[in-house]
Each structure stands twice: as structure tokens, then as C-alpha cells.
Design a protein around this ligand. Structure first.
Ligand SMILES: O=c1ccn([C@@H]2O[C@H](COP(=O)(O)OP(=O)(O)O[C@H]3O[C@H](CO)[C@@H](O)[C@H](O)[C@H]3O)[C@@H](O)[C@H]2O)c(=O)[nH]1
Ligand SMILES: [Mn+2]
Length: 754
């Protein structure tokens, strides 16, 4: 972009991290020393020694991955005010919201997200909001219809008074966000707005309680009558249309429920987003796309400007493929008891990867370049058919277009514009109805057959972590990405509450991540055969290896119990100098990670909760994610996308938070491995105490410390053994675990006799 003043739109600021680097390297050196010591003393020790060596080698590998990923942290500072010079030239943005289930994802949440997007500080004639409803629910449609009426009051109100939080449920119920203006005019409008929102909320609530939310025979809803959720034609409805192209009007709002048919796989969220990509292509065809989950409302009304600074501000040829905002959660429980707020991880790993090829795509809160989603390489070549048979000097032939993008002529024309670098439609389409037919056609469930959608174009299929996979494919083509982290935070979402929900989410992630690791999209292959940088590959390994980490961790956690019961050892004796290596490792590692938490203002409790949940999640969710993938590889299981229950507490204004954050259990087998470990360690502890009273305190101190540490980490399980109801482990789980524990203890004793 050329402008009156050529000030940069963003700055890349490397972060200082000397202390962190020194500690990271110290830990690495200690790990190497430990490995060397193990190898040298292998002969004179038993097989537990060898097992420990294997585990510690893995830990060292993980440490290298972490070290490399965190080494060069970078943040980008954006200057949105500098874009104001070009306000008329700013590109349009299509905004996607996905929702899938009106019970797990209450429509009032989706409505709030949509309202926050419609109220962006960005020329309204350059915005269009597409809502994908995989639930095909008249309730969701009704909620959006009502919300669009409310939006006509809400958006002007927000813009007039410069309201910060533009999701009404947060604005009206957040203490800090109460009226900031004392004029009688403002107070009057504020009260009116609050009442209007209350009416909207009631209407949606009432509709939710009825079995049929609205009169399905009325013209607007007739499309929803007599349909099945998994078997219905597509429904596309323009709810709001900015026909005059008013800068300060309301953006377009379009409801899309793609065609579903049991015969065709629908590919969950990735499938939904690909349909939105095509429908929006046919209708508004903006060169940039923002996608958010239904529970991620926009918390910074300037975010489009911030993102555009990153996406427009690069020198030619160094463009970012996408600008990702970190996932931050509202109403997070104090001290992160479930370890799912990921603040520290996102800070250190996030900023670290920003210094490499750029952050992972994390599925929501991300601005994409449409042409990148269409498979373009940074050098202008296409991803289709090898790298270029159909690509004549950077342009696809008509035949190539049809093969890759599907048979719709109208849609192909819009693709051509995007790929040739023209922005958007030729004549800004203020009349969406003219493209209705094409939009319907590209939302058909058979449309993708034989095309490159989901393999080379759009969101990539084959993993329940479609986000990481899609981002990986983009990085593999050599694109870079940027982290967009303005203040206040760009988007806020809700994290699952309760043990089981949180673990189900983690299990789905890990299943998806392993699906990537065990496929041809593995990052090492991408480094060897495409343009994924080596350290970016390691950074991907950081998350892709989550699902493997339970193997060495399980062994390492079992070792101290085994050693105590079988009278063996896997650690050097206290009086041996080598014990110091382990003691130092343990102390420095924990202090270092504690320091990392404190440095960004997190509490010691948060640190401990995260350490503890780290162990628990590995032994439960990641373990089962791994099993899922093995079953899938054996063809015995198909991974499904289990939608996370969204919490409605702040949407409805009640505050039922007393016991939130206490770990809860259910009948799921996911709790068996951790329960077994706890039982085994209890036996070990008793054995250790008995040894002590018999005066046999041989130097097993190291093993005993480990034993206590493990029990501390799994304290929620230890307590769960003695509690009833959802805070207690179900007795069936305890029985299964006890049986497994008995087998283990028996085996240990057999070994010790032999
Ligand atoms: O068939 C489906 C299933 C899900 N979704 C949508 O996908 C989004 C994410 O689902 P959610 O249950 O909230 O999953 P989370 O675990 O919270 O999502 C995280 O992990 C996902 C990958 O597993 C990413 O896609 C998300 O962006 C990321 O926030 C929601 O908007 C859903 O409505 C669909 O549109 N269709
Ligand atoms: Mn979510």
C-alpha cells in the first residue's frame, strides 16, 4: 500500500530472555550429564536403570524441542491509527462463525459473538458475517433473526459511545464495564439498551424451552419444517443486507446450514468452514477471512485494523499467510485448577514460535488470506496437481480450476479474481440475492467430490485438530504467520468447566494431533520435501508429541513404585555424587518454571495446578487419545468431533460458581490409568513405611521422594477415592484399577523374589 506517509504498520520486537536461556541450557546440560552417567553405569545396574535411561532420553528430546521453540521470542506491535490514512482503500473481510449444536452451544452465546463482530470499528460496507449452523436448528436461526433487530440499536450505540466490550452479555454483566459516561443522555440510552437486550435474551430463552421454537409454517421458517439434522438440503438466508453500502450501516449477516446427507462425510468443523469459504466466495468474495468459534466474542473492536496492519504491512514477498490471536478465556476459574487456560504455554511457546515461521493456526480468532486458503504458494504457484501442471504462469486453466475448486462457473470466476490478486468482486455486490443460486450450489454435500477441497484447498480434512493441520500445510508451503496480540485482548472464549469436559477436549485434540503425526502430513516429511523450516518442524513436534508423552511418563511414574516394592532402584543412592545431578535437575526445573509463571503475574497456585494437571491430563486424556488413534489405524474406530459444552453462566447472569474448579469424575474409563497409578503408589508408600519401621532404611530416599511427589500430583484422585457423587471416583472404576494395581504389585514381587 502506498500512502501519504510511509510509516510502518507494525514493528517486530525481539524479546529479551537471557535468564530464561541460561536456565534452559543449564537444564539441558544436566540432562546430558545424567544420560552420560546412566550409560556409563549401565552394566552395574538392573533393567530399571535401562528403562530410566530410555525415559530420560525422551525427556531430553522434548527439552530440545522446547528449548528451540522458546529461544527467539518475538512480539509484533501494530499501529492501527496509521491505517486511517487509507480508510477508503481498506480491503473487505468476510467473517465466519461456526456453531454445531444448540444444546451444547446455547444460541445466546452465538448471538453475542455475532453481535460483537457486527459492531466492529471497520467500514460496515466492507464486512460480511456468515454463520454456519451444523445443527440446522430453527432456534439458532430464530435467535439470529431477533439479534439482527437488536443489532440495529446496539451497533450505533456502541459506535456512538465508543463502548469497549461489544458482546452485550459481557457489557451488561461485567462490573468493570458499567456506564462510563454520566450524561443523562447516555444513562437513558444505556438503560434502554439494557432493557432491549433483556427482551432479546428472554425471547431466546423462551424459544429454547418450547419444543418447537417458532411457527415453522411461517414463511421465514418453512425451510426448517420436516427436516432431519443429518439429512437436509442447504438453507442459506440473508438476514441483514447492507444494500446501499453504508459505511456506518450494518454488515451483511448470512445464515448458512450446509446440505447434509448420510452418504457423504461432512468433516465436522473443517467441512463447515470450507462451505462458508465457497458461499462467501460466491457472495462477497473478500480477500481476507476472519474465523471464530461461536463462543469466541470479539473483545477489541479495533481488531480488524490491528490484523490488517500485519496482513497489509509487509514488504512484497514476505507476506504473512494469517494473523492469529491467542486463545484467551473469560470467566476463567481462579488459579486455573483444571489447567486449561494455557496462559504460560501460549506466552512462552507462542512468542517463541513467532520468532520462527510463526504461530500455529489455532482454529479461532484468526485472519486468513483467502488466496492462501486457495492453495497459493508464496511464489505465486498453485498447490494443485503436483505443483503446477494446470498452472500456467501462476494462473490455473479453466480445466484446472474446475478440477480443483469444483464445477460452479460463478464460483470459479471469483476464485480467479482472488488468485490473480484482484481484491474481492468486480462490482461490490450490494445485492446478495443475485448470487443466491451459486451459493446454494456450492453448499451441496456432493460439491467437493473429486476436487481438492480438504486435501489441498481450504481447511484440510483427516484430523480432529483440523486447525493445526491446516496451519501446518500452510507453513509447509513456506508461508509465515504472525501473532496478533493487541491490548485489550482480541477475542475471549469459554474454557470447559469440570474434569470430564476438559479431558474430552484434550482427548480430541490429542487424537487429532496424532492423526497428523502418523500421516503423510507429518512435519518432518514437510521439512524434507517442502518448505517447512527445521525449527518450525520442531515447534510442531512440541504439540504433535503430546499424545506420545504418556508412554515415557507412565514408565517413569511407575518406576519408583516398582523399585520400592521390588526392592530395586532406578536412582543413584543419596551418598553418591550422581544423586546431585538429579536433585539439581528437579530443583532447577521446578524453580525455573515457577519463575516463568511469576514473571507474567500468575500465582504460585496456578503454577502448581498446571504442573499437577500436566501429569493428570497426560495419564488420562492423552493416553486415551493415543488409544483412539491406534484403533483408528487398525480401522476399528472413526474419530469424531465431540463438541465441547459451552458454559452459559455469565450469559444468563447467574453466578453458580462455588464448587467450580473442583475436579469431577464420571464413569468413563479415562480415569482408570491414573487411579491405578495412585493405588500402586499407595501400596508402595505403605511398603516404604514398613521398611522404615523394620529399620531397613536403605538409601531409597530418591524413590520415596518420587513416590510422595506422584501422590501429590494426583491428589485429586487420591481424594476422589474417598468421596461420593461427582467428586468421587465411581466404584466400578476403583475396582478395575484395583485389579490392575494388584497385577502390577504381584509382578513386582515376583521380580523381586527372582
Ligand atoms: O461438526 C462440527 C463440530 C464443531 N463445529 C464448531 O467447531 C468449533 C469448535 O468446537 P468446540 O467444541 O468449541 O471445540 P474446542 O475444543 O473448544 O475447540 C478448539 O479445538 C478445535 C480443534 O479440535 C478448534 O477447531 C477450535 O478452534 C479450538 O478452539 C465450534 O464453533 C463448533 O460449533 C462445527 O461447526 N461443526
Ligand atoms: Mn471452544
Amino acid at each position: 500500500m502506498a500512502g501519504p506517509i510511509s510509516l510502518p504498520l507494525y514493528e517486530k520486537l525481539p524479546q529479551k530472555n537471557t535468564v530464561q536461556r541460561v536456565l534452559d541450557v543449564t537444564i539441558f546440560v544436566l540432562l546430558l550429564t545424567l544420560l552420560a552417567y546412566r550409560i556409563l553405569s549401565l552394566k552395574s545396574n538392573g533393567f530399571s536403570w535401562f528403562f530410566a535411561l530410555l525415559c530420560e532420553s525422551w525427556f531430553t528430546f522434548v527439552w530440545v524441542v522446547i528449548l528451540s521453540s522458546k529461544w527467539n521470542p518475538v512480539v509484533y506491535r501494530t499501529y492501527p491509527e496509521r491505517l486511517l490514512f487509507w480508510i477508503d482503500e481498506l480491503p473487505p473481510v468476510d467473517m465466519f462463525v461456526t456453531t454445531a449444536d444448540p444444546t451444547l452451544e446455547p444460541p445466546i452465546i452465538t448471538v453475542n459473538t455475532v453481535l460483537s463482530l457486527l459492531a466492529f470499528d471497520y467500514p460496515a460496507n466492507k464486512l460480511a458475517c456468515y454463520v454456519s449452523d451444523d445443527g440446522c436448528s430453527p432456534l439458532t436461526f430464530y435467535a439470529l433473526l431477533e439479534a439482527s433487530k437488536f443489532a440495529k440499536l446496539w451497533v450505533p450505540f456502541c459506535k456512538k459511545y465508543g463502548i469497549h466490550t461489544r458482546a452485550p452479555f459481557r457489557y451488561f454483566y461485567d462490573e468493570e464495564e458499567s456506564p462510563h459516561d454520566n450524561s443523562t443522555e447516555f444513562i437513558r440510552e444505556y438503560t434502554k439498551m439494557k432493557d432491549e437486550y433483556e427482551v432479546l435474551r428472554r425471547k431466546i430463552e423462551d424459544a429454547t424451552e418450547k419444543s418447537i421454537p417458532c411457527d415453522l409454517s411461517s414463511e421465514e421458517f418453512v425451510a426448517f419444517s420436516d427436516i432431519e439434522r443429518r439429512n437436509h438440503p442447504s438453507i442459506i438466508k440473508v438476514i441483514l443486507e447492507n444494500k446501499e453500502g453504508l459505511v456506518d450501516g450494518l454488515p451483511h449477516l448470512i445464515y448458512v446450514s450446509r446440505e447434509k446427507c448420510p452418504k457423504y462425510p461432512h468433516h465436522y468443523k473443517a467441512g463447515a468452514l470450507n462451505v462458508l469459504t465457497r458461499v462467501s466466495g460466491a457472495m462477497t468474495n473478500a480477500p481476507f477471512i476472519l474465523n471464530v468459534d461461536c463462543d469466541m466474542y470479539a473483545n477489541n473492536s479495533q481488531i480488524v485494523f490491528h490484523a490488517m496492519c500485519l496482513l497489509l504491512g509487509c514488504k512484497k514477498g514476505q507476506d504473512f499467510a494469517f494473523a492469529q490471536s491467542p486463545q484467551i478465556f473469560y470467566d476463567g476459574l481462579k488459579d486455573d485448577p483444571l489447567g486449561n487456560q494455557l496462559v504460560a504455554t501460549q506466552k512462552y511457546i507462542g512468542e517463541g514460535i513467532s520468532g520462527l515461521q510463526g504461530p500455529y493456526y489455532s482454529g479461532t480468532g484468526c485472519f486468513h488470506r483467502r488466496k492462501v486458503l486457495y492453495g497459493l504458494w508464496p511464489d505465486g504457484c498453485m498447490e494443485t496437481g503436483g505443483r503446477s501442471p494446470n498452472c500456467v504462469a501462476g494462473k490455473l486453466t479453466d480445466e484446472g480450476l474446475r478440477q480443483s475448486f469444483g464445477h460452479s462457473r460463478e464460483f470459479s470466476k471469483t476464485v480467479e479474481r482472488i488468485l490473480s490478486g484482484l481484491s474481492g468482486k468486480a462490482d461490490c455486490p450490494y445485492d446478495l440475492s443475485s448470487s443466491a443460486e451459486a451459493a446454494n450450489q456450492v453448499a451441496d454435500c456432493g460439491y467437493e467430490c473429486g476436487t481438492s477441497w480438504g486435501t489441498k484447498i481450504g481447511w484440510i480434512y483427516g484430523s480432529t485438530s483440523e486447525d493445526v493441520l491446516t496451519g501446518l500445510k500452510i507453513h509447509a508451503r513456506g508461508w509465515r504467520s504472525a501473532e496478533c496480540k493487541p491490548d485489550p485482548p482480541a477475542f475471549l472464549g469459554c474454557a470447559p468447566s469440570g474434569g470430564p469436559a476438559s479431558l474430552t477436549q484434550q482427548k480430541r485434540w490429542v487424537t487429532g494431533l496424532l492423526e497428523i503425526l502418523f500421516s503423510k502430513n507429518n512435519p518432518f516429511i514437510a521439512t524434507l520435501t517442502a518448505k517447512l523450516q527445521f525449527r518450525q518442524c520442531l515447534a510442531y513436534m512440541y504439540i504433535l508429541s503430546w499424545g506420545l508423552r504418556w508412554i515415557p511418563e507412565l514408565c517413569y511414574i511407575a518406576l519408583p513404585a516398582y523399585c520400592i516394592i521390588a526392592n530395586s532402584h532406578f536412582l543413584p543412592k543419596v551418598e553418591e555424587p550422581a544423586f546431585l545431578i538429579l536433585a539439581a535437575l528437579f530443583a532447577i526445573y521446578n524453580l525455573h518454571s515457577l519463575l516463568e509463571y511469576c514473571r507474567i503475574g500468575l500465582s504460585i497456585r496456578t503454577w502448581w495446578n498446571n504442573q499437577r494437571m500436566g501429569r493428570i491430563i497426560t495419564m488420562t486424556a492423552w493416553f486415551f487419545g493415543f488409544l483412539n488413534v491406534i484403533l483408528k489405524l487398525l480401522g476399528l474406530f472413526e474419530a469424531v468431533f465431540e463438541v465441547t459444552q459451552k458454559n452459559q453462566s455469565s450469559a444468563s447472569g447467574d453466578d453458580n460458581h462455588k464448587d467450580a474448579g473442583r475436579f469431577t469424575f464420571n464413569e468413563s474409563p479415562i480415569f482408570v490409568p491414573a487411579t491405578t497409578l495412585v493405588l500402586v503408589h499407595l501400596v508402595a508408600m505403605v511398603k516404604a513405611l514398613l521398611n522404615l519401621t523394620h529399620g531397613r532404611h536403605e538409601s531409597r530416599i530418591g524413590e520415596v521422594i518420587c513416590n510422595v511427589w506422584v501422590l501429590l500430583c494426583f491428589l485429586p484422585f487420591l481424594k476422589g477415592l474417598f468421596k461420593k457423587g461427582k467428586y468421587g471416583i465411581p466404584s466400578s472404576t476403583i475396582c478395575k484399577s484395583a485389579a490392575l494395581a494388584a497385577v502390577f504389585v504381584h509382578l513386582c514381587e515376583r521380580v523381586s523374589i527372582a
